[in-house]
Design a protein. Structure first.
Length: 1081
């Protein structure tokens, strides 16, 4: 809608037109209401400070619709159109060039993508694209009028690739070539234009283009460039005999006179072509050439150097900023440095120099790097940082001191630090959010404490590729830097920052931080390029060459270096057009290397930016000495660089690796990824995320069943690191991968496992009945139906989860029907009926039917077979204990205390044998509840304390609160009135959830009554009874009525409590109510 309004700023767009464009042929029933809702949201977004009473001044209502009131320059499309019109009507070519250059920079991609393929979008998109081509033509016209024909020559070629039938572009190309001294190529361009028009459209070129061809053939005087010579005319000042007669060159393709001959056309030369060899330290050529043979030469082959860090040339201002920040850090004024720029601009070089200067100041330095990929390893940059610090001499002990209060949290991010740091293992918390929060805060606090011992510099490069958990940690630590001796330096590619990238969402907050210093790196100027060229070639280069490099590369140091290396390596410039993109430059470098070197580089590119030599050796399977010789050549040529680790090499730039990688076919890449995965396994060097990444990429040549387990393992590791979003994404990706496999039982079993993992994970993080959880169980239903003939034990985690979810959501019939359907289809596995009975028992408790609940649980327990159970992923659950514990509670409520004790004892023994802390806590909680039900205060206190210990250790907040209430009640019953404070704290932590625990309400009321606080006891009981007691909370009604009766002296209410307890068959509550009747009587 906003796009449609901005297309007509200042003009009213009718309601009917908006509806037609938004919904085409199928408007909703209440289209006008929906449109008004859109308008309200737009107004809030456009005028966030406007109150509801204020009139909108931006999106105003004007019959018969709405009007967007914005300045003409606020809409880029309108600004673009105005600029084109200004240039077309002006008379100053320099001004027209400036205006059109600025206007074309507004163009980023296809316009109006949000409008899809509607008729309005197609029309407006076509108008803007036509306007853009006009702007390109007008800009070329201005360049021609300014005498810059060579630029028009290559710009026109690019434009014609997009619009091959525009005759004006062909005419500009022909004129530009003619004015550049390339008459034959100009005529050849006419031939290409005519061939395209005749062959594709069946028409001849127009009169203007035909006339231009005739003018070129007769070398019409009016064609001569305003600021330069035409064909056959020497430049001002004359030419030496035998030299090439041509204007100053600004295109590398013009640097060799061999180009014209190679293309079979004349070169406009007198006495032959330019000598292209590097002789005497210079590329020789005519005096008017870009690469001249005059004093000083241009490019010498003898002095070439390999400077991968030469991006620091021309960075004096940035280095001064670095030194100032390091000085500020050492005096306790922490800073956040944000270094941005395009690939190859020198971010990494600057950050490397920063780290080196920091280390020279005796500052602790840790560096980490984001990695490209659909699912980058979580926390990898932070693991690298911690590993680097731990590996610094004398730093491991300081790191251990800093993290002493938290245990070995660094080892959670990097398991290799578990032995490197003399710290006990960090405590594992079962509550996902608490575990995540403690991990993040602990890392931030530990590093902050480290900075109190010694100044600290942390470098995070390629942050645009950071995973979400690493980004959260980055933003948290950024807030802490200004309080200590810390410099946090972050490098990222702003142009490659996807809207959904984690850093994109955090960047605004980082830039707004008071300690932030932004350092956007721009391209080098002419002086910087000249200095960089001297470093690379060992000689000065002419100004024309510097100008050409600046124009071609935008001053990007990496592009500059790569173009210069081509020139030095080849000792000449090839006749074909030099590529604009760095991939093409890199391909030329690689083409000069021996075939075996290229083959090894291609394999290495699959392994990533960092290349493990042992893994590479396993993949390429060639003689070890031959491999080392090959790698030595790659290092000498600057493709790979050595590292401090003799078993690790690194691509000099990731763009080099990407080029080598993409130049291989997809199937070859997939096969190499498969071999890389096997090599990682064979060498024992595989990390879980790395293995998953290779197998994922190898999917075209592997079975999905080979890939899915690696993704599951990576998801499990991410979940253990509290990176829940990453874990979920990996499992969802695994589902997608699995769907490539043929349909059948094997795929169904595997998908069921993935779905239950997703469900259990999101139940822990989002809530038991969250919508995403419901979606997983809905997807499981057809799978369970198709698999109901299999042994139930094979699918028990999924079946149990499905039944528990639907029981909790009130659809117990559906839960039980699914469980029993296995038996109905011939399965003799007792687990089908066990699952059904346990969940029928849970459903019976929800309707206050103790007898049916007991029968269901007893039946389930009697049917239990021997043998091991499958693991319940994520949930760490045991269904046997899930039947034993509630059976004990039900039997206790019915007055069968011996049976209750037997079930509890069996559950406790099983939980101890399984060794899962959650299960031990779960059983202890039931033991406390059963003891409280028979008003055994000492036993309640013992079990509640045990529950509390487990809950606090594992971060189970709800169990902490429930056990606090049980323990507080037991303490009050034992005569310690401080127990009431514990109960109140437990209630506070439970908040609204307290309504689900009616029996705990009754214990709170009973504790107040025990302490003589009768009014408070009566108030608690009244509020609970008046609020209603849904589900199992109804079992609290007899005790709540009893307490209220004793507090108010109402014997009739005590008698009602007896009647309710008898109706429920609740033996303990009945006995307590009868005692109350006797007391009041």
């Amino acid at each position: 809608m906003l796009a449609m309004l901005t297309m007509q700023p200042g003009r009213t767009v009718s309601v009917q037109r908006l509806i037609d464009e938004l919904w085409a042929d199928e408007p909703p029933e209440r289209a006008i209401a929906s449109l008004q809702a859109y308008v309200s949201r737009l107004r809030r977004a456009l005028e966030p400070g406007r109150t509801a009473r204020d009139r909108s001044t931006v999106l105003v209502s004007r019959a018969p619709g709405y009007q967007l009131m914005v300045p003409a320059g606020a809409v880029d499309a309108a600004r673009f159109a105005a600029a084109v019109e200004q240039a077309r009507t002006g008379t100053d070519p320099a001004e027209a060039l400036r205006v059109l250059t600025d206007a074309l920079q507004l163009w980023r991609a296809d316009p109006l993508p949000e409008l899809g393929d509607s008729a309005l979008a197609r029309a407006e998109r076509g108008r803007l694209q036509e306007l853009r081509l006009i702007a390109v033509e007008e800009r070329s016209e201005a360049l021609l009028r300014l005498g810059r024909a060579a630029e028009v020559a290559y710009l026109s070629e690019s434009a014609l690739a997009e619009a091959p039938y525009r005759e004006r572009l062909w005419g500009q190309l022909m004129l530009a070539l003619y004015r550049s001294g390339r008459q034959a190529e100009a005529l050849a361009a006419y031939g290409r234009a005519r061939a395209g028009l005749v062959d594709e459209l069946g028409i001849e070129p127009g009169p203007a283009l035909q006339q231009l061809e005739q003018d070129i053939l007769r070398q019409a005087p009016h064609l001569t460039a305003p600021g330069g010579p035409g064909p056959g005319h020497g430049p001002a000042g004359g030419q030496p005999p035998g030299a090439t007669i041509r204007p100053a060159v600004t295109d590398i393709s013009e640097m060799s006179g061999e180009g014209a001959a190679a293309r079979g056309t004349g070169g406009g030369t007198v006495g032959g072509a330019v000598n292209g060899g590097v002789t005497g330290g210079a590329v020789s050529g005519g005096a008017g050439g870009a690469v001249s043979g005059g004093a000083g030469g241009a490019v010498s082959g003898g002095g070439a150097q390999d400077h991968e860090d030469s991006g620091l040339v021309g960075r004096d201002r940035e280095l001064r900023t670095v030194d100032e920040l390091l000085q500020a850090t050492s005096t306790g004024r922490g800073r956040l440095l944000l270094v941005s720029g395009s690939p190859g601009i020198g971010k990494s070089a600057l950050l490397t120099e920063l780290a080196a200067r920091a280390a020279a100041r005796n500052t602790l330095v840790g560096t980490g790097t984001g990695v490209d990929g659909e699912a980058p390893p979580v926390f990898l940059p932070w693991a690298q940082i911690l590993r680097a610090i731990a590996g610094t001499p004398d730093a491991a002990e300081a790191l251990a001191v800093a993290f002493a209060p938290y245990g070995n949290l660094p080892a959670v991010l990097d398991p290799t630090l578990s032995e490197a740091l003399p710290l006990p293992a960090a405590e594992r918390l079962a509550d996902p959010e608490l575990a995540r929060s403690r991990l993040y805060q602990g890392i931030v606090d530990g590093l902050s404490r480290l900075a109190t011992q010694r100044p600290l510099v942390l470098v995070v490069d390629d942050a645009h590729w950071l995973d979400a958990p690493s980004t959260v940690l980055l933003t948290m630590f950024a807030k802490a830097v200004r309080r200590g001796r810390v410099l946090l330096a972050v490098g990222y590619r702003e142009a490659e920052l996807a809207p959904d990238a984690p850093l994109a969402g955090a960047l605004g907050e980082l830039l707004a931080d008071p300690s932030a210093v932004r350092l956007p790196l721009q391209g080098l100027g002419a002086d910087g390029i000249a200095a960089l060229a001297r470093e690379v070639t060992g000689d000065d280069v002419p100004e024309q060459t510097v100008a050409m490099l600046l124009d071609r590369t935008g001053g990007n140091p990496f592009f500059v270096v790569e173009l210069l290396r081509v020139l030095v390596a080849e000792h000449t410039l090839a006749p074909e057009h030099v590529p604009v993109r760095v991939q093409e430059v890199v391909r030329r470098r690689l083409a000069k290397l021996p075939g075996q070197v290229n083959a090894v580089i291609a394999v290495a590119s699959v392994l990533g930016r960092d290349v493990s030599v042992p893994v590479l050796r396993e993949v390429v399977q060639i003689d070890e000495l031959a491999l080392f010789d090959t790698l030595d050549t790659a290092v000498v040529s600057g493709i790979l660089t050595a590292t401090d680790d003799p078993g690790l090499l690194r691509f000099s730039h990731d763009l080099v690796r990407q080029t080598a990688y993409l130049d291989q076919g997809p199937l070859r890449r997939a096969r190499l990824h498969a071999r890389a995965a096997q090599a990682l396994r064979d060498t024992g060097l595989a990390t879980v995320p790395e293995l998953a990444a290779h197998l994922r990429a190898a999917l075209p040549v592997l079975s999905p069943f080979d890939v899915v387990p690696a993704l599951v393992e990576a998801a499990g590791e991410a979940y253990e690191q509290t990176a829940h979003e990453q874990a979920s994404a990996l499992l969802e990706e695994a589902v997608g991968v699995l769907h490539r496999a043929p349909a059948g039982e094997r795929r169904d079993v595997a998908e069921l496992d993935l779905r239950i993992r997703l469900a259990y994970m999101h139940q822990a993080t989002d809530g038991y009945l969250a919508p995403f959880v419901a979606a997983q169980y809905a997807a499981m239903e057809p799978l369970l139906v198709r698999l109901r003939g299999r042994p139930v034990l094979d699918i028990l985690p999924a079946l149990w989860g499905y039944a528990s979810f639907h029981t909790a959501s009130g659809d117990v019939a559906r839960a039980v029907a699914m469980a029993r359907s296995a038996s109905e289809h011939g399965s003799t596995d007792p687990w089908a009926s066990i699952v059904a009975e346990v969940h029928e028992g849970a459903a019976a408790l929800a309707v206050l039917d103790l007898l049916k609940a007991r029968d269901c649980f007893v039946t389930a327990l009697a049917a239990l077979p021997g043998g091991d159970l499958p693991d319940f992923p994520i949930a760490n659950w045991d269904p046997v204990i899930g039947a034993q514990a509630p059976a004990a509670m039900v039997c206790g409520m019915l007055g069968d205390h011996d049976t209750a004790a037997r079930h509890l004892r069996a559950a406790r023994e099983r939980a101890t044998r399984v060794g899962e802390p959650f299960l031990e806590m779960y059983v202890s909680h039931y033991a406390a509840s059963v003891a409280a039900d028979r008003y055994d205060a000492p036993a309640t206190a013992t079990a509640a304390r045990a529950t509390l210990r487990f809950a606090e250790r594992g971060g189970h907040l709800e169990y902490q609160a429930m056990s606090a209430i049980l323990l507080g009640w037991a303490e009050v019953r034992a005569g310690d009135e401080r127990g009431l404070d514990r109960i109140v704290r437990g209630r506070t932590h439970l908040g609204e959830a307290m309504r689900r625990f009616g029996r705990l309400e009754a214990l709170h009321a009973d504790a107040c009554l025990t302490l003589g606080r009768v009014e408070e006891a009566a108030a608690i009981a009244t509020k609970a009874l008046d609020g209603g007691l849904p589900g199992q909370t109804g079992f609290a009604e007899p005790d709540l009525r009893r307490v209220h009766a004793l507090a108010t002296g109402a014997v009739d209410e005590a008698e009602e409590a007896v009647r309710v307890a008898r109706k429920l068959h609740y033996a303990g509550a009945e006995a307590r109510a009868e005692a109350a009747v006797e007391t009041l009587a």
